[in-house]
Write a protein that binds this ligand. Sequence first.
Ligand code: COA
Length: 153
Amino acid sequence: MSTTRSLDIQPLVLDDVSAIEEIEQRSMPAPWSRMMFVSEIVKTTSICLGAFVEDRLVAYVIVSRYVDAWHVMNLVVAPEHRRQGIATRLLASLFEQAADDERRGFTLEVRVSNDAAIELYESLGFQGQGIRRGYYTDNREDALIMWRDPREP
Ligand SMILES: CC(C)(COP(=O)(O)OP(=O)(O)OC[C@H]1O[C@@H](n2cnc3c(N)ncnc32)[C@H](O)[C@@H]1OP(=O)(O)O)[C@@H](O)C(=O)NCCC(=O)NCCS
């Protein structure tokens, strides 16, 4: 496992959108559009964090605040930077930022075939709580709905 000592976690800004798009296109079967990222970054009810190595974006997480929960909308690590603990560090930073918010836990949907992401989320205290049938429009794949209690360690 390579080191992530030089990893810097910062809020995303509009200037990061081109780098986000480049990683998104290489990583996701149904990539978000540029406008979807722009609208989340400018929203005051979202937390959008980037992980940078030597000032280059290598990963990002987008989270929206809903009435009852924080919703993890998007999380991607650039393929050449995976299995170095970067997603774990991004999510730990997110949990710290939301720590004052005792009312809201975290929820997300993940493709039922996405073993890597499901393992990651389980390692951070998320639990599967149900299935949304045919949730993904590109291939009608089911989504596993996961939740993490606000008071998880
Ligand atoms: C899922 C993803 C975000 C994980 O990012 P990452 O930085 O590689 O994850 P971490 O290094 O923090 O991994 C933490 C733990 O998650 C699990 N995990 C991560 N990738 C895994 C894989 N490919 N296979 C099995 N377990 C995996 C392991 O338990 C891992 O701990 P370990 O490395 O000590 O065994 C990354 O693979 C990715 O960007 N995938 C494509 C986009 C995606 O699927 N996003 C999630 C959408 S819901």
